[in-house]
Write a protein that binds this ligand. Structure first.
Ligand SMILES: O=C(O)CCC(=O)C(=O)O
Length: 267
């Protein structure tokens, strides 16, 4: 699907501009490219969590792909779909580590979603009680870009039996703790993934050849520290090359049913 109407960033100042569930609906429907929530948490909270994230750097791990690399603290589910046990073990370690140092920024953002958007977001859990990771810290240092890709757990986890594979929609929340001096924009295309696009997939790599979005409008959004933004990751997106300080963000996905009253989150 290609959408073009008003393809841009919808920036709301929490407490000043009206904002509610309909903004999430607009993302799901492809009417807007990114929803930016400014002032969702007090500035002091972002600063506190940036300092706490710095204490977690020793736990960062880098995964190399044919066309890029991802440095994260905490697991991300898409990497472990062939070994969910390992994902849940790492998720447990990450959740314990975050609790230990009070790195609760993702929980605070989820609580704010309920107040501001009317959407309750709980950490996803399997019927046996295994909990998903609540947050994934993403570190993009100077010179690093993130190849164009899309995220769709209903596709990637199909057949695994994981509960998140059955959600009606998936959105991605990104919390910016530290901006970079140049570059680092999120570039989000007005096109969602469809099965025929698989011919553009980069073998052994992360994501897709740009041919899949040829001629498609795209927006570029440069996150600033303290921004919380939400995008529909079924839309092709990439992060342009960073320069200067690390681009430091915390991400989680969330999804649920069409009523948009309750969702579950995972990293
Ligand atoms: O950090 C960003 O701007 C986008 C990260 C990303 O790839 C995602 O949210 O799926």
């Amino acid at each position: 699907m290609t959408t073009t109407s008003q393809w841009g960033a919808d920036i709301r100042r929490v407490g000043v501009d009206p904002v509610g569930r309909e903004a999430l609906r607009a993302l799901i429907d492809g009417d807007i490219g990114v929803l930016v929530l400014r002032g969702l948490l007090p500035a002091a909270a972002f600063e506190r969590h940036r300092e706490r994230a710095a204490t977690l750097y020793e736990h960062a791990a880098t995964t190399y792909y044919a066309n890029g690399k991802l440095t994260t603290i905490g697991p991300y589910l898409a990497k472990h779909l062939d070994d969910p046990d390992r994902y849940f073990a790492e998720a447990e370690r990450m959740n314990a580590l975050c609790a230990q140092v009070g790195f609760t920024v993702a929980d605070e953002v989820r609580a704010a979603f309920e107040r501001v958007l009317g959407l309750r977001v709980d950490l996803a859990e399997e019927p046996g009680g295994r909990r998903y990771a609540g947050a994934c810290v993403r570190i993009h240092p100077d010179g690093v870009a993130n190849p164009m890709h899309n995220d769709l757990i209903a596709r990637d986890a199909a057949g695994t039996g994981l509960t998140v594979a059955g959600l009606a929609y998936q959105l991605s929340c990104v919390i910016c703790l530290q901006e970079c001096q140049g570059g680092g924009e999120s570039k989000i295309y007005a096109k969602t993934w469809e099965p025929a696009d698989e011919r553009f997939k980069i073998p052994g790599g992360l994501g897709y050849d740009h041919g899949v979005v040829a001629g498609v409008p795209a927006l570029e959004f440069a996150p600033q520290a303290h921004d919380v933004y939400v995008l529909n990751p079924r839309h092709y997106h990439e992060i342009l090359e960073v320069s200067g300080d690390d681009r430091l963000t915390v991400g989680f996905f969330f999804g649920g049913d069409d009523a948009l009253e309750h969702a579950v989150a995972w990293g």
